[in-house]
Design a protein. Structure first.
Length: 327
């Protein structure tokens, strides 16, 4: 399984997707999702990677009798370095992934990609490996990039955060990713044997177009590695996830780091999985934790049959934002 770029009729837009000779989304089947609300993220990248590996292997065992071995495991945003614009250049790694081409892990220059690939293979699971700062040598820019691995350890998708987290709430929080990062230019999803999964990263959740386009591309589940904070977390973390889930009648999930009050950035925690009716299926607290959720396509079908907004759109009254992203 690999990815390709599909150019839309709109010249500046593109999306990438993994594919297996068809653009039809895989039949949605029940699966188990595990979110790792990772703690102990410090300045030492090797320790961060080692701890992530231990937690992935722990999650891969499941939590019987409540949860079987998960099919897909997710890490949070910026899991291999402290979160802050001053840190991104220092921790950035070159991935060199090109959509549509088979990626050779053995030739990868990225320590984190190699580690995540090996762990996905060792655990025998799909892995959405949170995000890492990525340096693209072709344009010299640094991106906030999520990488996805198959159970065979293949790198099958990369999503670069499209909307950079630049906010200023006086007396509360000022953050400017754009000091050192560049926003991505593509919309991405990947196909597994159980679902088509759309990708975004944290602040991307505030821009409903991304989720809407992914949903119209056939994604049944949207997952965003994230790191909200103690100012905006209590206000919007749950609200935005439930809104995106209900807007699009999809499962929606965000995976956060654990809160560390000794770190420069205080993550909100509360990693969460929401169903297509907007019901919270699972939620973590703010400490390190692994949460499991059973993703049941019945809820998806019932939501869309009972409240059929997906077939009641009025594109004669307003435009379809997904136009140009479908093939
Ligand atoms: N890492 C992020 O993008 C944080 C986004 C956030 O906290 C928000 O309120 O939005």
């Amino acid at each position: 399984m690999f990815s390709r770029i599909v150019r839309s009729s709109l010249p500046h837009y593109r999306f990438t997707r993994s594919f297996s000779m068809t653009s039809t989304a895989p039949t949605f089947k029940p699966f188990t999702l595990a979110l790792i609300q990772l703690g102990h993220i410090g300045a030492d990248k090797s320790s961060n990677l080692k701890h992530a590996r231990e937690m992935i292997l722990k999650a891969a065992k499941g939590d019987e009798p409540r949860a079987p071995k998960p099919d897909l495991i997710v890490l949070p945003e910026c899991f291999n370095s402290p979160y802050g614009h001053v840190h991104f250049p220092q921790y950035a790694e070159t991935i060199g992934y090109t959509s549509g081409q088979k990626y050779d892990i053995n030739k990868s220059e990225s320590e984190s990609v190699k580690a995540l690939s090996a762990t996905a293979k060792e655990a025998g699971v799909w892995l959405l490996g949170g995000t890492i700062p990525e340096r693209d040598t072709s344009d010299g820019n640094i991106y906030n990039a999520a990488t996805v691995y198959s159970p065979a350890g293949d790198l099958v998708a990369v999503h670069r955060k499209v909307h950079l987290f630049d906010i200023d709430i006086p007396g509360k929080i000022t953050f400017k990713e754009s000091e050192t990062l560049t926003g991505g230019h593509s919309i991405n999803f990947f196909d597994t044997e159980f679902a088509r999964i759309g990708l975004g990263i944290c602040y991307d959740v505030r821009f409903p177009e991304l989720a809407m386009i992914n949903a119209r591309q056939g994604c049944q589940v949207l997952i965003y590695p994230s790191a909200f904070n103690t100012t905006t977390g209590p206000l919007h973390w749950e609200l935005l996830q439930r809104a995106r889930a209900v807007d699009n009648q999809v499962f929606f999930s965000m995976c956060s780091p654990a809160r560390d009050l000794t770190a420069g950035y205080h993550a909100w925690g509360h990693s969460m999985v929401v169903d297509p009716m907007g019901k919270i299926l699972m939620e973590a607290g703010h400490d390190e934790d692994i949460i499991f959720a059973q993703i049941d396509p019945t809820t998806f079908k019932e939501a869309r049959a009972g409240i059929p907004v997906t077939t009641q759109r009025r594109f004669d009254v307003y435009p379809d934002v997904s136009k140009g992203f479908m093939n």
